[in-house]
Structures are given as structure tokens and as C-alpha cells.
Design a protein around this ligand. Structure first.
Ligand code: SF4
Length: 714
């Protein structure tokens, strides 16, 4: 077999039904790129009964945790990401093949141990964990770990793995017949009690706070009696052209990165931005940034207060609204007005709690204000219509956070209602109207709004409708943060709206031409246009390969607009520092930027074939009623400015607040999208000619057998 550069060459298949493992050659999956591509193809190949499995907790579910050629390298913001794919838990109107992604050092250590991915099928007869030390694979009894939180679990496994000390500070590791050495500790991915209890709100945790949760990944581990997966390795990554890799890295540093010695009044988040923890609130003194493997951007933090490590982004603020409400009154909704450090510390404490118990904080964040409201109305509490013994009068305190998180993780008290997800729980409680009318912000598939309302941020809503989950792609979303935070701080945003829009569309090959600036026009008169369908097509295909399969971090790629450069042109697609340059340096292939996007199209179409087999239909792709029936009136920032034209075609940053969708308009947009993809506009299913054109005849055959092949457009 040819040695594939960048890859380790082996995929680990764990069959928990029989407690055995097998080696699959990476060569057989190479064309799928890594990450999501591997996960989709492995799901396709290894799933029994795709058509009949309706819940991710079914033992027939296939869960894959995959790295990419970039794992373990110093490709900027790409060496430490890891993709998780599986059948979901808790989505509506039906579960489907879905994905999540986390950072840290898991994928790099997996590579150092000699593996590109691990895929798990079946269900163990008792709790187990997978302990991989280079080539040595053990499926071990986890009864001593079951019930432990995610931090304790990692520590116990790491201490066990490190127990073979061969010299001071060096650990010996079994490696077939040889003996490798490392100073590193094992990288562990684990569930906490939430996953053990198979809660749809359970997530996977690696390190202090790297989490994969959307789609109920924790419940999938729990349903398989799988507590954790641990890798330690003593190998290296075989790079095709190390010199080209280092040259590109230096070029990035010299021409695309922030000058660490200069403070900038304004910077668009981009490749090589200054390391800065993403926490959205006043940080405690004594914190410093930390990174995933090989990343220069450092968006996580370590705190001198002793907790809150890697509690970043949304996890850092899931409880912030409640803390503020308890201390200053008002409702518990998240608002990102300036906060005092005492709010941040309680918030980080709550973030730690969730991470330790393995709870996905997105869905529970939206629930908190609803609980507060129901308690205030006298409908929630001890002996009330919704019975619960939690101390709601202390909502916003650490004491409440402790009890609430325990209840959610163990499925007891109020948590018993939400074991299958927040929206199913609300429905069970007879309060569906609160989802329909937008009291609860769960606009798609029973998933919480990511913070970017589909009535304002069109691409976020549309891409979500066309994929499996809240799309979580910040490629364009930095516009929201940068423009609106500048406004809040009284800074005149220095890039004219039309210029910003132009810089984005220049990168949207092959779907949007470089002069089609209207692809970034979010004006109401352009909401349902065909060009916006192609823009979303670019997001989906770019994302499926470069982000979800090659595993370039969503926080830094694509680099469309780079404010460290005078011409503002980012690294994306550039022939010296673009995505393909890194890919070719690591793998030795010679692909172009657009070749990668074409690979993403193929992966995305395999996804859609799986979704079709699982019962997905055009009618599933719709927003909750409030998105159509009510105007958007508030957000976590007071404005929602975005590039848009007025009736006279003049560009500016215009307010998106106050807008609503129309059902007819969204349906019109969907038809544009289906046509752009070559899918049947009546069903959303892929057609034979489309699949065969991408060398997926077997997929077309299976869809036809199942009666799920789309009709060709006439
Ligand atoms: S930007 Fe943040 S999340 Fe992304 S790779 Fe770097 S440290 Fe990790």
C-alpha cells in the first residue's frame, strides 16, 4: 500500500457487540479527505438499517471521531480540530445523520498513536473505555469510571496510562513489539453523567472544556456503554513537503497576521489575529490564553482563579443572564452588555459545572429564562403544575446552578422532562405554544438559536435548513460581531459595506462570481434571491471539506477579509497561503482551492443521500412558526447591522432587526437552492444523474431501492 502523506494510514473500528477491534486502511477512504468525509463514508459503509434506525441511542448507530491530514501539524488553526459524526438524538421532526466538532489535542494524539479515525459500532454488554497506546488497542472495563465526572475520568485514565515511567518525566508506551517514549499525557474524550444517562443534552468532553454536543453525541456514547476513548502515541506526522509548509507559515505570519506589538483599534477576526480568549465578559485578573494543537490564535484561557479553564465562547455565558438577573434584577436572558468580574466568575463556575457533568450548554441556556418565567407565574415549583424541588428563587446563584445541572445530567426533578431534548420536553409539558410563538428561541429542528436570528442573519438560517443541524459556521458571521460591536463602542466601522461585501464574494468560487456583490446583500428585497442560494451552497460545500473534513478551524477559516492587510484580502484561496497550499504541502497532492470545494460537494451529497434514506423530505426544512409570524425585536446586542442596499442600490450597514420571514419566500428560496444543488425540488432528494456524476452510482442504486431517489428536473 502506498504510504499516504499526512495520514497515519489506519482507521480503528471498534465493534462493541463483540468487544473486538479491526483495522480499516485509510487508503480506502482517502478520497473523502478526513473528518466529516470519513465519518459520512464510514456511516454509509458500516450502518445496518439506515432506513429504520430512528434514534442515535440505537446500538446500530455508528459514531466516528476523525482527524485529518492536518491533525498534529502546525497548519495554522487546523492541527487540533476533530470531527464527530453519528445519528442524532433529540432532533425534530426526526433524527438524522449529524456532526459536531471539538478542539484540543485529541486528533493530534490519535495521529501520533498511528490512527486517522476511530469508528464505533454496537453496544458493549457492560461499561467500557477504549485505551489505545500506539498500536496496542484495549477495550477495558470502565466500571470504576462510570458515575465519575469528565475531569475525574480523564485524570484517572491519564494516571493509569502514565504509570509506566521509564525515566524521570518520560512514560514508556507499548508499541507492538517496540517501546516508544513520550512526555505527553493521554488525550481522552469522555462523557459525564449526562451522557451515561443517555440524555439528549449530553456531550463529549476532552480536556477541561473542549466539547462536542449538538446532536446528542454524549447520549450516543452512553447508549453504547462507552465511557471514554483514550489515545497516547509516540509517533510523528509524515509531511510531504515540510519546506513548503514552513514557508507558508512564515508568509502567513509576515503578511496576514496581527503585529503583536501594535494595538489595533479595530480588527476583523481572521487568520493570525491576536490571541484572545473568547469569553464575552470581563475576565478575572490572572488569565492567559491557550490553544488547540498548533494554533496561533489562542481563543481559550487558563485562569488564576483555579476554574473556568477552556470555558470559552457560549459555555462561558450560558448562565450569565441568570447571574445578572439574581444580582441586579430583570430577566435571565443573555445580554452582552458590559459585565463585572463577579458575574464572570459565577458564570465560569457554571461553565465548569456543565463541562464536568458533560452537559451541552446551548440547549439549556435558552431554557433558563423560561424556567424563571414559569416560576414567576406560579406554574413551576414544589407542588405546582410543573413540579420541581429546585430553589428557583435562587436562580442565578451557584447553589441553583449545582442543583439544576445535576437534575439535567441525571434526568431527575426538572431534568426528567428534558432527557429527550428541550423542545420535546416543552411539548410533553403542554407548552408547545411557547416554541411556536418565540418565547423559547429554538428556531430549527428543536435546536436552540445560536445567537444569530434567521430573520436577520440569512445565511445562518438557510444553511441550517439545508443541513442537519444548527450550522455553526462563522465564516460570514464575523460581520455581525465586528460591525455591531464597533457601533456599540462608538467606533466608525472603517470598511465601507460594499467593499466588505466585495471581499467576501471574491472568495465564493465556483458558485458566486467575483463581481456578484448581491450575494452579500441582506436587504429585504434580496432575501429570497437565487444568488443567496448560491452563496449558501458555497458555505455548505466549502464547510464540508475545508472545515469539517480537512478540519480548518471555523473560528479562523475561511479568511475572506483580513484587516492586517491593506487590500483586506484574506488568505482563503490564495496560491501562497490558501487552504490548498497547506493541503498540498502536507499530503503531496496538487489540488486547487476549488477542487477542495468540489470534494465538499460530494461529501455534502452523500450526507443528503443518508438524510433522504432516514426519511428527510423538503417539508422538514422549515423554521419554527415565530420566525414567520413575528418580527425580530431583540438580540443579545442592541443592533443587527449587516451590509445591504436600499431601494436605490446604495450600500450601507443596515439594521436587520424588525424583520420577519414569509413562508412563501422561504419556500421560493429553498427551490432556488435545490435547483442549484441539482436536487429534486419537490422532495429535496438527490437525483441519479447528480450522484452518478460524482461517482456515487451505488448511492443512487440504494436510494432507488428505498424509493428515495429524486426525480430529474424536466
Ligand atoms: S482558533 Fe481557538 S478553537 Fe480554533 S483552533 Fe485555535 S485555539 Fe482552537
Amino acid at each position: 500500500m502506498t504510504k499516504l502523506k499526512g495520514f497515519a494510514g489506519k482507521i480503528l473500528h471498534i465493534d462493541l457487540n463483540n468487544l473486538t477491534h479491526h483495522v480499516l486502511p485509510t487508503q480506502d477512504y482517502y478520497e473523502w479527505g478526513g473528518g466529516h468525509g470519513f465519518g459520512a463514508k464510514l456511516f454509509w459503509d458500516l450502518s445496518e438499517d439506515i432506513e429504520v434506525v430512528t434514534d442515535g441511542r440505537d446500538p446500530r448507530n455508528v459514531i466516528t471521531i476523525a482527524g485529518s491530514p492536518f491533525s498534529g501539524t502546525n497548519v495554522p488553526s487546523a492541527g487540533g480540530r476533530c470531527e464527530v459524526t453519528n445519528m442524532s438524538v433529540g432532533l425534530i421532526p426526526r433524527n438524522r445523520f449529524t456532526r459536531s466538532n471539538f478542539g484540543g489535542h485529541f486528533s493530534s494524539m490519535m495521529k501520533h498513536a498511528g490512527w486517522d479515525a476511530v469508528t464505533v459500532t454496537g453496544k458493549a454488554p457492560y461499561p467500557v473505555y477504549i485505551d489505545v497506546r500506539n498500536d496496542h488497542v484495549m477495550i477495558r472495563d470502565a466500571s470504576h469510571l462510570w458515575g465519575k465526572d469528565t475531569h475525574e475520568t480523564q485524570q484517572i485514565i491519564q494516571e493509569d496510562v502514565a504509570s509506566v515511567e521509564v525515566a524521570s518525566g518520560w512514560n514508556g508506551q507499548l508499541d507492538g513489539n517496540s517501546f516508544g517514549r513520550t512526555t505527553q499525557k493521554a488525550s481522552v474524550l469522555t462523557i459525564g453523567p449526562a451522557g451515561e444517562n443517555q440524555s439528549a443534552l449530553g456531550c463529549l468532553i476532552h480536556g477541561a472544556g473542549n466539547a462536542a454536543g449538538q446532536g446528542g453525541n454524549g447520549a450516543v456514547f452512553g447508549s453504547k456503554n462507552l465511557k471514554a476513548i483514550s489515545f497516547i502515541g509516540t509517533g510523528a506526522v509524515d509531511i510531504a513537503d515540510p519546506e513548503a509548509l514552513i514557508k507558508a507559515r512564515f508568509k502567513t505570519r509576515d503578511f496576514y497576521a496581527a503585529d503583536i506589538d501594535k494595538s489595533a483599534e479595530f480588527a476583523f477576526p481572521s487568520l493570525g489575529g491576536k490571541p484572545e480568549a473568547i469569553t464575552f465578559s470581563t475576565m478575572p485578573t490572572g488569565h492567559r490564553v491557550s490553544s488547540c494543537h498548533g494554533c496561533v490564535n489562542g481563543c481559550k484561557q487558563r485562569n488564576a482563579i483555579g476554574y473556568g479553564n477552556e470555558v470559552t465562547c457560549q459555555t462561558s455565558v450560558w448562565y450569565l443572564g441568570a447571574v445578572r438577573s439574581y444580582k441586579f434584577g430583570g430577566n435571565a436572558k443573555l445580554s452582552l452588555a458590559k459585565t463585572g468580574v463577579e458575574l464572570t466568575e459565577d458564570s465560569l463556575y457554571a461553565g465548569d459545572l456543565a463541562n464536568k457533568l458533560g452537559i451541552n450548554t446551548y440547549p439549556i441556556m435558552g431554557l433558563i429564562p423560561w424556567l424563571q418565567k414559569m416560576h414567576a407565574k406560579g406554574e413551576l415549583g414544589s407542588g405546582k403544575e410543573i413540579h420541581s424541588e429546585l430553589p428557583y428563587e435562587r436562580l442565578g446563584t451557584r447553589e441553583f446552578a449545582d442543583q439544576f445541572c445535576q437534575a439535567i445530567a441525571t434526568g431527575t426533578d426538572i431534568g426528567a422532562y428534558f432527557i429527550n431534548g428541550i423542545v420535546p420536553g416543552i411539548q410533553q409539558l403542554g407548552h408547545s405554544a411557547d416554541v411556536d410563538n418565540g418565547t423559547l428561541h429554538y428556531p430549527y429542528y428543536g435546536m436552540p438559536e445560536h445567537g444569530y436570528d434567521p430573520r436577520a442573519e440569512l445565511e445562518w438560517g438557510y444553511a441550517t435548513l439545508m443541513t442537519d443541524r444548527d450550522m455553526n459556521d462563522h465564516g460570514l458571521n464575523w460581520i455581525y460581531w465586528t460591525v455591531n460591536l464597533a457601533k456599540l463602542e462608538g467606533i466608525d466601522f472603517p470598511i465601507p459595506a460594499e467593499v466588505l461585501a466585495s471581499r467576501f464574494v471574491e472568495k465564493m468560487a465556483p458558485y458566486v462570481q467575483a463581481d456578484e456583490v448581491s450575494a452579500m446583500d441582506y436587504a429585504s428585497h434580496n432575501m429570497y434571491s437565487e444568488v443567496l442560494a448560491r452563496q449558501v451552497q458555497w458555505i455548505n460545500h466549502y464547510g464540508r471539506f475545508w472545515k469539517n473534513s480537512a478540519l480548518m478551524c471555523d473560528f479562523r477559516w475561511p479568511d475572506c477579509v483580513n484587516t492586517h492587510r491593506e487590500d483586506l484580502r484574506g488568505a482563503t484561496g490564495n496560491d501562497e497561503v490558501g487552504e490548498h497550499v497547506w493541503w498540498n504541502a502536507v499530503t503531496g497532492e496538487g489540488i486547487s482551492y476549488v477542487d477542495g470545494i468540489e470534494r465538499g460537494r460530494r461529501i455534502f451529497n452523500l450526507d443528503n443521500a443518508i438524510w433522504a434514506l432516514q426519511g428527510r423530505h423538503r417539508d422538514d426544512a422549515k423554521f419554527a412558526d415565530y420566525i414567520y409570524d413575528h418580527k425580530m425585536t431583540h438580540n443579545k446586542l442592541p443592533t443587527y447591522l449587516w451590509p445591504a442596499t436600499n431601494g436605490a442600490g446604495q450600500w450601507d450597514y443596515r439594521e436587520m432587526m424588525g424583520r420577519q420571514h414569509s413562508r412563501e419566500g422561504v419556500e421560493e428560496w429553498k427551490s432556488h437552492y435545490y435547483r442549484a444543488e441539482g436536487w429534486d425540488t419537490a422532495t429535496g432528494w438527490p437525483t441519479r444523474s447528480l450522484l452518478e456524476g460524482m461517482n456515487m452510482k451505488d448511492v443512487a442504486d440504494r436510494l432507488e431501492q428505498a424509493g428515495k431517489l429524486g426525480n430529474e428536473e424536466v
